[in-house]
Design a protein around this ligand. Structure first.
Ligand SMILES: Nc1nc2c(c(=O)[nH]1)N[C@H]1C(S)=C(S)[C@@H](COP(=O)(O)O)O[C@H]1N2
Ligand SMILES: [Mo]
Length: 315
């Protein structure tokens, strides 16, 4: 997001794929090559990720009726800088990433701090399919049939103290398993946060799958945040830590470029990014641009969270 000026144009679309790949060899993506080489040395030998169906997934009234993007689109055009800064790199470099065993540490202002095994953490909650419109700050959008658990249901079980006003999430920090963390584009581990009322909103989920199957590594396995009315960078991947606090967390992109990426990150067509417009977007797989909607089309459900706030200042 820091390294491009026309962020929504994918070079694979304006040149034939073969040309594009050859050009990539020349311009070298020096850091990309290093990340790929490191990923090849990472532990584990599986060549492709197993695709495992998730049992007992209920449909949800919160799904959009819009057509989901293809599995291919959703799993090969990713932002996950821990596995490379190019959209096609996470699918390749995260292939061998091991997501079991995996634990989540819960800490801060909460009645039951402690470390949970991921499967025990997910088990008490009902899996739901949530087909959501997603909007990246880079002005592209995608419709994803997530499988997830409502974050509100998780938070109720963890039982935060009344003094908790924010929830902070942290991605795994392991530069061996996540070779992109050796490239100094962002400060790691990746951190994101929500105000407690945003976290408790029924649209907010922790995703553990998509298309009815276990979440692919490049999409944030084993568990990632999904907040459909906010820009995609809020949706922190591969979470290992959840902290309840009384102060507003500093999110990774906010630390990296505070003028460009705010804490709120609400989709807002009338507040441009300093380097590009947010008025329109390109849906993956489409040519013509769409108008971006306030709160990514979820205004009826979420506008009330921000009544009285200046959304130009709180971007
Ligand atoms: N840990 C981590 N989480 C992350 C990112 C990242 O680089 N690292 N990228 C974010 C951005 S900018 C977007 S648009 C979404 C992309 O999610 P997707 O690849 O599943 O579509 O993940 C978000 N979560
Ligand atoms: Mo994004």
């Amino acid at each position: 997001m820091l390294i491009r000026n026309a962020p929504d144009i994918r070079s694979s679309e304006i040149t034939p794929k073969s040309l594009y790949l050859r050009r990539r060899e020349f311009i070298g993506a020096a850091s990309g090559a290093a990340v790929a080489a490191a990923a090849a040395l990472a532990p584990g030998h599986a060549d492709a990720q197993a695709r495992t169906k998730l049992p007992n997934v209920a449909k949800s009234k919160y799904s959009t009726s819009e057509e989901p993007n293809s599995y291919e689109d959703i799993t090969t055009y990713n932002n996950f800088y821990e596995f490379g800064a190019e959209k096609d790199e996470p699918a390749v470099n995260a292939r061998r990433f091991q997501t079991r065993p995996w634990t989540i540490r819960v800490e801060g202002l909460v009645k039951t701090p402690g470390t949970h095994d991921i499967d025990a953490f997910i088990k008490p909650h009902m899996l739901e399919e949530r087909i959501y419109r997603m909007r990246c700050v880079e002005a592209w959008s995608i419709v994803v049939p997530w499988v997830g658990i409502p974050l509100a249901s998780v938070i109720k079980q963890l039982d935060p103290l009344p003094s908790a006003k924010f929830v902070e999430f942290v991605t795994l920090y392991d530069p061996i398993k996540m070779p992109g963390q050796r490239v100094p584009i962002l400060r790691y581990p990746y951190v994101e946060g929500l105000r407690m009322d945003e976290a408790m909103h029924p649209l907010t989920i922790l995703a553990v799958g998509l298309y009815g199957e276990v979440l692919p590594n490049q999409n944030g396995a084993p568990i990632r945040l999904v907040v459909p009315w906010k820009y995609g960078f809020k949706g922190i991947k591969s979470i290992v830590r959840i902290r309840f606090s009384d102060t507003q967390p500093k999110s990774t992109w906010e630390i990296s470029a505070p003028r460009e990426y705010g804490f709120y990150a609400n989709v807002n067509p009338s507040v441009d990014h300093p380097r590009w417009s947010q008025a329109t977007e390109r849906r993956l797989g489409e040519f013509r641009r769409r108008k971006t909607e306030m709160f990514n089309g979820y205004a009826d459900q979420v506008a009330g969270l921000y009544s009285g706030m200046d959304l130009r200042r709180n971007y």
